[in-house]
Every structure is written in structure tokens, then in C-alpha cells.
Ligand binder design. Structure first.
Ligand SMILES: NC(=O)C1=CN([C@@H]2O[C@H](COP(=O)(O)OP(=O)(O)OC[C@H]3O[C@@H](n4cnc5c(N)ncnc54)[C@H](O)[C@@H]3O)[C@@H](O)[C@H]2O)C=CC1
Ligand SMILES: O=C([O-])CC(=O)C(=O)O
Length: 306
């Protein structure tokens, strides 16, 4: 498998590192507009190969898309991150132009590529990538829910005092501070509902901490996070590479599912070699449905700014 990662900054380099360490890709191409930056990150990462025990070849390129030709998967992380106090939506002005340009260049070199959109505001950038490229809906995956669900599991395990590996939980909806819908009623610790362990008040705290997970880290770091985002992307790429049919919440273009259309938003998806192979329409409670509809209104309002 050949994977391109556009943007060799914090998230892009983390994606490349986790993909390399998981050792399922033959080649990883890092692309950035900053002269020499991607080449430097690629060389630095390649010097970890004997230490970390991987065989992937990592190459860097300054804005040279010919190096990306024949990619199976391309991850778009190019663009600016938010600073403390900002929302993801405020990044649209700069990032929309970058995502549109990059998506078009990627398709020109790799007509069969599956694109994973990471740049924020992610749901709107995934929607824009659809509009700009006309690719079929299975081939554009917005990454947000995989990360938000990992943060939800972290918060649940912390509150319950159990290992994260025992927690199964999912966040759907828009990847925004107010739009995420952590499905607390469906969250379990090895099949036991989390309500057996946590009070209503504690569950509400966990949900709130999950929704502002990115903002909390941005305040601490001065810029947004990269380790968990990179790890989340690497798991999506791995599911495609291994055709594993794993379920992740991803921002998918909806055509009537959940009563929503003409919008990319986080819903559970089966991920395999075809990208989004299926959007799963799970049973939602009335409260969950109402939150998803609210979230979709928020995403649609941002899409209208394109
Ligand atoms: N969807 C998600 O869950 C997450 C999304 N993000 C988003 O990912 C994006 C990247 O974040 P960071 O890596 O922290 O930022 P960063 O500033 O560290 O890296 C971005 C890189 O993109 C490059 N770049 C800018 N324009 C480009 C172009 N036209 N072509 C190629 N490269 C270009 C920059 O030179 C820079 O190296 C941000 O928009 C951030 O909000 C970050 C974390 C999670
Ligand atoms: O918070 C941000 O701006 C970056 C991001 O999407 C995340 O870490 O969830």
C-alpha cells in the first residue's frame, strides 16, 4: 500500500509515524509547501526505522505531487490549526482553499485514491472535498469521530476507574465543540452499561469533557493536538489496508441516512478496502436523534460559508 500524507506538520508527521510503526504500508509520502520540511520530517522518521522495527519507506516532497502518483490512500492534514480561544470553524477561510487545491492535485496523480480529510473544520472540509473532486461517497472519509470516540473512552475509563480497553463507546455528529454527540446511553464496560458505574451528573461531566476535548488540549498546548489525531488516522488507514471491515464513526456524505442529505457528518461506518463500505443506520433514542439533527444544522451553517 502507498499512502500520501499532505501537510508534514504536527498531525501529518504523527500520522506518518504511526502508519510506519504499524508496518502495513510499503511507502509513505509526506508533502508540504514549506521548502525542505517534508523531506526533513521523512528523513528524521526513516532514521527511526531500525529503532522502531518497521520496513515502510518514507519520502518527503516539497509540493511535488508526482511523488504521490499511484497512492491508495491520501490523508489531508494541510492547513492551519486553531489557537487557544478559537473554534475549528474559524479556520474555514484559509483551510477551504488549501483543501480544495490539495484534493484536486491528489486526484490528478492517483485517480483511484481514497481520501481521508483531517483539516478543520473537518466535516465542512470533507463536504468540500466531495464537491471539488466529485469522487464517489465511499472514497472521502472525514476523520473526527474515531478521535472523539477515543477521547470519550479515555474520559469514561478515567471516571469509572477501569482500563480503556474494556470500554466500548462512540461519538457521532459534527466534529465541533458543541456538535459532538457522545452516545452515553450506548457506552459499555465489557457489555455493562456505564450507568451502572456513574451517576447522571458524572455522565454529563464525561460527555462535556469529551465534546471540548480538542479545545482543552489546545489551551494546554497553545496549538491543537497531534498524537491521538495521528493514531486515529493510522487506524483508519490500517482498516483500509487490511480490508478489516472495522466500524468507526467517520464523516460520511449522507443521502437520506438518519433523515439527512447533502451533508458530511459523523456516523458509524464500515471501513475496508473500498473506504466507507457501508453507513450503519443504528437505532437512536429520541434524545440522540434530536442532538444529531441539531449537530447537522450546525455543520450545514458552516457549509453555507463555502
Ligand atoms: N479532524 C481532526 O480530528 C483534527 C484536525 N486537525 C486539523 O489538522 C490541521 C493540521 O494541524 P497541525 O498539523 O497541528 O498543523 P501544523 O501547522 O503543524 O501543520 C500544517 C502543515 O500544513 C502545511 N501546509 C499548509 N498549506 C499547505 C498546502 N497548500 N500544501 C501542503 N502543505 C500545506 C504547513 O506548511 C504545515 O506544515 C488543522 O487544520 C487542524 O485543525 C488537528 C487535529 C485533529
Ligand atoms: O481541536 C482542534 O482544533 C483539533 C481537533 O480537531 C481535535 O484535536 O479534535
Amino acid at each position: 500500500m502507498k499512502v500520501t500524507v499532505v501537510g508534514a506538520g504536527a498531525v501529518g508527521a504523527s500520522c506518518a509515524e504511526y502508519i510506519a510503526i504499524k508496518n502495513f504500508a510499503e511507502e509513505i509520502v509526506l508533502v508540504d509547501i514549506k521548502e525542505g520540511f517534508a523531506e526533513g520530517k521523512a528523513m528524521d522518521l526513516m532514521q527511526t526505522a531500525s529503532l522502531n522495527g518497521f520496513d515502510s519507506n518514507i519520502v518527503g516532497a516539497t509540493n511535488d505531487y508526482s511523488k504521490t502518483a499511484g497512492s491508495d490512500v491520501a490523508v489531508i492534514t494541510s492547513g492551519i490549526p486553531r489557537k487557544p480561544g478559537m473554534t475549528r470553524e474559524e479556520l474555514i477561510g484559509i483551510n477551504a482553499g488549501i483543501v480544495k487545491d490539495v484534493a484536486t492535485k491528489l486526484i490528478a496523480e492517483s485517480p483511484n485514491v481514497i481520501i481521508i480529510v483531517v483539516s478543520n473544520p473537518m466535516d465542512t472540509m470533507a463536504y468540500l472535498a466531495h464537491k471539488a473532486t466529485g469522487l464517489s461517497k465511499n472514497r472521502i472519509i472525514g476523520m473526527g469521530g474515531a478521535l472523539d470516540s477515543a477521547r470519550f473512552k479515555f474520559r469514561l475509563a478515567e471516571a469509572i476507574g477501569c482500563p480503556q480497553s474494556d470500554v466500548s463507546a462512540m461519538v457521532i455528529g459534527g466534529h465541533s465543540d458543541t456538535g459532538m454527540v457522545p452516545l452515553i446511553e450506548k457506552a459499555v464496560v465489557n457489555s455493562v452499561p456505564v450507568s451502572e458505574f456513574l451517576s447522571e451528573e458524572k455522565m454529563a461531566e464525561v460527555v462535556e469533557a469529551t465534546k471540548v476535548g480538542g479545545a482543552t488540549l489546545t489551551k494546554l498546548l497553545g496549538t491543537s493536538a497531534w498524537y491521538a489525531p495521528g493514531a486515529a488516522v493510522s487506524e483508519l488507514v490500517k482498516a483500509i489496508a487490511l480490508d478489516s471491515k472495522k466500524v468507526f464513526p467517520c464523516s460520511a456524505l449522507l443521502e437520506g441516512e438518519y433523515g439527512l442529505s447533502d451533508i458530511s457528518i459523523g456516523v458509524p461506518c464500515v471501513i475496508g478496502k473500498g473506504g466507507i463500505e457501508k453507513v450503519l443506520e443504528i437505532e437512536l433514542s429520541d434524545a440522540e436523534k434530536a442532538k444529531l439533527v441539531d449537530s447537522a444544522e450546525g455543520v450545514a451553517a458552516v457549509n453555507a460559508l463555502l
